[in-house]
Write a protein that binds this ligand. Structure first.
Ligand code: HEM
Length: 151
């Protein structure tokens, strides 16, 4: 039988390594980190690993929440999504994945862009948020961005 993408990537250890490197960057990023306030980094890494493992044909099903619903109250602009994408690409490189594998990984990740990115801030108020509060975080000013990776 042919290998799954999950196996080609190197299985669970590689997904876990990528997500540790990636969320270390996200949790250090002046803008992105604010979305994750109050969320345990390791728990987020594990859910992202489970999610990607399933999409790559891994042995276990993703048991986390629906991806559209999880992000529906977050005002995620195209700029934010692209910033996250850059950090993910750097993380894949740092984890040692070759270009062909990086492209395949990012293609899967980008397939969820439409479900996560919001067209306008107005669209955040189309909903009557009974149980959720919209999370709208303006881009920090230059002076609040500390590391080169933040810019
Ligand atoms: C700039 C873009 C993004 C931001 C700011 C963001 C932020 C977050 C935050 C704050 C959570 C925790 C929410 C909660 O547990 O209530 C979360 C969960 C999650 N996100 Fe994202 N996210 C982004 C993009 C993505 C993308 C592109 C994917 C998938 C390809 C993704 C997959 C997940 C998964 C699997 C979870 C865990 C769901 C669960 O708790 O069961 N996120 N995200």
């Amino acid at each position: 039988m042919s290998q799954t993408l999950f196996e080609t990537m190197g299985g669970l250890p590689v997904l876990q390594r990528v997500h540790k490197i990636f969320y270390d960057k996200v949790y250090a990023h002046a803008w992105l980190k604010q979305f994750f306030a109050g969320h345990d980094q390791k728990a987020i890494e594990d859910r992202q690993t489970s999610f990607m493992a399933e999409k790559m044909g891994g042995p276990a099903a993703y048991t986390g929440k629906d991806i559209k619903m999880v992000h529906e109250a977050m005002y995620i602009t195209p700029e934010l999504f692209d910033l996250r994408n850059d950090l993910l690409e750097q993380s894949l490189q740092e984890a040692g994945l070759d270009e062909a594998l990086r492209v395949r990984w990012l293609r899967i990740d980008n397939a969820f862009r439409k479900q996560i990115v919001k067209d306008s801030v107005e669209s955040m108020y189309d909903n009557d948020w009974k149980y959720k509060k919209p999370i709208i975080i303006p881009k920090p000013a230059e002076s609040e961005r500390e590391t080169p990776a933040d810019r």
